[in-house]
Design a protein around this ligand. Structure first.
Ligand code: RP5
Length: 154
C-alpha cells in the first residue's frame, strides 16, 4: 500500500487471504515518496516467489499502475477512499490504464474482493484452493437463502 494510512482499508484483503490460508506479506511502498523502492519491489517480486500483487492507494493513486508496469505478475488495484472526493480520484487514478499494462481494479475500498480475486487467480492452478473457493461461494448462497427464509418467517 502507498501509506500506512491505507491499512484500515487494506486490512480486509489480508483477512481474506488469511481465511483461505494463503501466505502473504504486507508493506508500504509509495509511488511518490519512495519511487525507487517501488520499482525495486515490483521488479523483484516474481523472483521472490510472489504470485499476485494487491496494490492499494488513495488520491493520486499511481502505485498499482506503476507496479504493473514493472512486473509481469497480475496486479489488483484497490482505490482507497480519502477524506476528499469520496475516493473517485483514487478510482480514476487506478482504473484507466493504457492498453498493454492491465490492473484489475476493484471497487472503492473493495479490499476484501481484492483478496478474494487473488485467491481465485491462485486457485486457477491450485485445485485445493479452488475447491475452498467453491465452498466459500456455497456459503454465500446459504447465507442469502437463510436471510430470505428469516424474512419470510416474520
Ligand atoms: C497515497 O497518499 C497513499 O496511498 C494514501 O492513500 C495517500 C495519503 O497518504 P498519507 O499522507 O496518509 O501518508 O499515496
Amino acid at each position: 500500500m502507498g501509506s500506512d494510512s491505507d491499512w484500515p482499508t487494506m486490512e480486509a484483503a489480508a483477512e481474506a487471504l488469511a481465511e483461505f490460508g494463503v501466505p502473504f506479506e504486507v508493506g508500504v511502498v509509495s509511488a511518490h515518496r519512495t519511487p525507487q523502492r517501488m520499482l525495486d519491489y515490483a521488479a523483484g517480486a516474481a523472483a521472490r516467489g510472489i504470485s499476485v500483487i494487491i496494490a492499494g492507494a488513495g488520491g493520486a493513486a499511481h502505485l498499482p499502475g506503476m507496479v504493473a508496469s514493472a512486473t509481469p505478475l497480475p496486479v489488483i488495484g484497490v482505490p482507497v477512499q480519502l477524506r476528499t472526493l469520496d475516493g473517485l480520484d483514487s478510482l480514476l487514478s487506478i482504473v484507466q490504464m493504457p492498453a498493454g499494462v492491465p490492473v484489475a481494479t476493484v471497487s472503492i475500498g473493495g479490499a476484501r474482493n481484492a483478496g478474494l480475486l487473488a485467491i481465485r487467480i491462485l486457485g486457477s492452478a491450485d485445485a485445493g484452493l479452488r475447491s475452498r473457493m467453491e465452498d466459500f461461494q456455497k456459503g454465500l448462497e446459504t447465507m442469502v437463502l437463510e436471510k430470505d427464509q428469516a424474512l419470510r418467517d416474520k
